[in-house]
Design a protein. Structure first.
Length: 196
């Protein structure tokens, strides 16, 4: 089992980690307003706050996370709310292996990619491209410079240069802006890519 997977499993086993908010990210409200609803994929969904919000706005949503405890919590929250959001335990670098089939009109990754070790990032990019519809919006948000403790788990952060290198064959990077919420640790950035 991957070292980072063990860390996240441990973190969710003993409560809700500080990065997993019970509320959806505020940036999603703008996304929901500016897009016609369709199929959405929430990568690294944790306990499902963002996926549940998108489902409440009319999206057909699938959330995926590799932590079984987080997925169990997300499913429980969906059941309690009567939500149509579905949740799958699976690795973001092996989406199709987890049974996640596209095409998706919207893909959201709020805080997953920035923590993925370098050796899994090409596979992640391949999987996202495989499930995205041509013209799909891919919103990826993360910190640009993770703390030392995250780096010990393989996290490298995210920046536009790397996104163009890893995703450029299948996506155009069309927007980069600061997003709320990284605190004193680092800059939290929202990137918008479009599937070509």
């Amino acid at each position: 089992m991957r070292r980072d997977s063990l860390f996240y499993r441990f973190a969710y086993r003993f409560g809700t980690p500080r990065w997993d908010s019970p509320e959806h990210r505020p940036e999603l409200e703008e996304l929901a307003r500016n897009h016609r609803s369709g199929r959405a994929l929430d990568i690294g969904c944790g306990t499902g706050s963002d996926a549940l919000y998108l489902a409440s706005q009319g999206w057909d949503v699938v959330g995926v996370d590799f932590v079984p405890q987080a997925i169990a919590s997300a499913r429980g929250r969906a059941l309690a709310r009567g939500s149509t959001a579905r949740f799958v335990a699976g690795d973001a670098s092996r989406l199709r292996e987890a049974g996640i089939a596209g095409p998706f009109d919207l893909i959201v990754d709020i805080g997953c990619y920035h923590s993925i070790p370098d050796r899994f990032r090409d596979a992640y990019a391949t999987e996202v491209a495989a499930v995205a519809r041509t013209g799909a919006d891919f919103y990826l948000a993360g910190i640009d410079d993770p703390p030392v403790s995250w780096r010990l788990l393989g996290a490298r952060g995210v920046d536009a240069v790397e996104l163009r290198r890893r995703f450029g064959e299948d996506f155009d990077l069309v927007e980069e802006r600061s997003a709320s919420g990284a605190g004193r640790v680092s800059r939290f950035v929202l990137y918008r890519l479009i599937r070509t």
